[in-house]
Design a protein around this ligand. Structure first.
Ligand code: HEC
Ligand code: HEC
Length: 283
């Protein structure tokens, strides 16, 4: 009964019959004619019951949107990277320090984005990149925390993503991260809202299909932060989750909440093996 209602709700959302829906395309993403991205990869072991292959959301966008991501001059998300670099080198807070004072060049962060969210032993918690940069700001710089998923934090995240571009996402899901990962998985598969849909209803069972005017992807987050043509700014992972949950007409969580941190870890792990692509361009 429940299954039927959910399926009916989903079919009602689908604008076009399955025939029209096209899967992922076979294009190759090379950035600046230099960095070749892994945009399709064998599904990680923990997903082998559900998927054979994982794919970047890039494959589901139009040729025009795809092209914008292939050259940094055409990628509006790079403006955020530049702003992030300026912040990286700017001293702030009571200690008179910048990120660069301790970390050196931003390039020293190559590889970091690929392994976040990550368990921090000292803090005893799984941290997203934004939580970690705010810990550095509040505990080491004597500066205020940046607002979650807002301009400054997103620009810095875009900078840290850009120096990891092309490296494979490889978040740890075992050991001390396991409990958080399980919580994220639970959230991913729980049907919510008036439409009784889970993340999996759309992004696992129906990727490749059209929903309203949108081509459904696997909902991967290797491309974040994402410059969206729809709101003409860089968007964070949690803001995207919030929008998707709202679309199921369910009450949603706040960016930075424990639920979304757990969901981010779980969704990131579904993309283990794909290249870090941020900042990417989507509609
Ligand atoms: C006073 C020195 C200091 C400053 C300033 C500082 N950090 Fe850190 N940062 C550290 C130390 C020490 C660590 C490692 C400790 C840890 O992992 O908990 C760290 C860890 C990190 C990590 C995690 C690296 C990893 O391997 O997981 C990131 C990301 C980071 N800092 C970003 C920033 C950013 C962005 C800024 C500026 C907004 C900044 N930091 C400013 C000292 C600093
Ligand atoms: C009713 C269907 C639906 C549900 C349920 C849904 N989404 Fe989405 N989601 C979309 C659509 C449509 C898009 C835009 C097209 C695309 O990128 O797939 C999208 C985009 C995304 C993206 C951006 C992908 C990219 O490459 O930019 C992420 C991440 C995402 N969703 C995660 C989630 C998560 C996590 C959940 C569960 C909390 C969820 N979605 C639930 C429909 C849905």
């Amino acid at each position: 009964m429940k299954m039927k209602a959910a399926t009916a709700a989903l079919i009602a959302l689908m604008a076009a019959p399955a025939m029209v829906a096209a899967g992922a395309d076979d294009d190759t993403l090379i950035i600046n004619e230099e960095i070749t991205m892994t945009t399709k990869a064998p599904a990680p072991a923990h997903l082998s019951d559900a998927l054979d292959e994982v794919m970047s959301g890039w494959h589901f966008r139009s040729d025009g949107t795809q092209a914008m991501q292939m050259d940094d001059f055409d990628n509006p998300g790079m403006i955020g990277v530049e702003a992030g670099l300026e912040a990286w080198n700017t001293a702030e807070g009571s200690e008179g320090k910048s990120c660069a004072s301790c970390h050196g060049d931003a390039e020293s962060m190559a590889g970091i984005k690929a392994v976040y969210p990550k368990y921090n032993a000292e803090a005893g918690e799984v941290r997203t990149l934004q939580m970690q940069m705010n810990a550095c700001r509040t505990e080491r710089m004597g500066a205020e925390a940046w607002k979650y998923d807002k301009g400054d934090a997103i620009n810095m995240e875009a900078l840290l993503a850009s120096v990891s571009r092309g490296m494979p996402v490889n978040v740890a899901i075992d050991g001390p991260a396991a409990a958080t990962w399980e919580m994220g998985k639970e959230l991913y598969y729980t049907r919510t809202g008036q439409l009784d849909l889970s993340c999996a209803s759309c992004h696992e069972q129906n990727y490749g299909n059209m929903i309203r005017a949108d081509h459904l992807s696997q909902g991967q987050i290797n491309g974040f932060p994402v410059y969206r043509l729809k709101n003409t700014k860089l968007n964070g992972v949690h803001s995207r989750f919030k929008g998707c949950v709202r679309d199921t007409r369910a009450a949603t969580y706040k960016p930075g909440s424990a639920e979304f941190v757990a969901l981010e870890l779980y969704v990131a792990s579904r993309g283990n093996g794909l290249s870090v692509e941020g900042p990417s361009v989507r509609n």
